[in-house]
Design a protein around this ligand. Structure first.
Ligand SMILES: CC(C)(COP(=O)(O)OP(=O)(O)OC[C@H]1O[C@@H](n2cnc3c(N)ncnc32)[C@H](O)[C@@H]1OP(=O)(O)O)[C@@H](O)C(=O)NCCC(=O)NCCS
Length: 155
């Protein structure tokens, strides 16, 4: 099984391709290359040789909250628990950082529910998390589902 590792700068172009491939299909939000470079330390990847086949990010929002974002697994590598591996790496990092709560905004709530995430009203998320949303092309008509996970309860 391929291991999950922290992303390196040389992975970013492929992460961008992977995320924006699914974004073009309306499955997740696009991320500009500049944002991926600026936040490269948030990202985990799974590589197969030189190829990046999966990624996910844990972005710290505040003292008690972090967001999992940009979870993507290349189509020919899906259904092999690689998505689960990158999400679990994000949850483990949140726990190591001492962050008790993780949220995500997604079009695939059932995937996150597999890990114990629960759907919540988006408006219940702290206002701090919306600072990033101002830059989203969909703002203010967000059609993603918000889910939250409390680390004390699991992992
Ligand atoms: C969603 C995605 C990340 C799943 O990755 P994956 O590697 O195929 O998923 P896994 O094999 O790790 O699946 C883990 C579990 O989630 C389930 N699952 C996977 N995709 C799912 C989906 N779309 N809806 C509901 N459950 C899903 C699997 O059946 C498995 O369940 P199990 O533990 O009961 O066997 C992948 O399909 C993908 O990259 N999609 C395009 C981008 C995207 O939609 N990202 C979503 C988050 S922003």
């Amino acid at each position: 099984m391929n291991s999950v590792e922290k992303a390196k700068i040389g992975d970013v172009a492929q992460m961008h391709q992977l995320i924006n491939y699914f974004a073009d299909k309306g499955e997740m939000l696009a991320r500009p290359l500049s944002e991926l470079y600026e936040n490269v330390r948030d990202y985990f990847v799974v590589r197969q040789g030189e190829r990046v086949i999966a990624c996910a990010a844990l972005h710290v929002s505040w003292s008690d909250l972090a967001e999992i974002k940009s979870v993507a697994v290349a189509e020919d590598n899906q259904k092999q628990r690689i998505g689960a591996q990158v999400v679990e790496a994000c949850l483990k990092e949140a726990k190591e950082l001492g962050i008790p709560t993780v949220f995500c905004l997604t079009y695939k709530p059932a995937f996150f529910e597999k890990f114990g995430f629960c759907q919540i009203d988006k408006m219940k998320l702290p206002r701090k998390v919306w600072t990033e949303c101002y830059r989203c092309p969909k703002f203010p008509d967000c059609d993603e589902v918000a889910l939250i996970y409390h680390l004390e309860a699991g992992v």
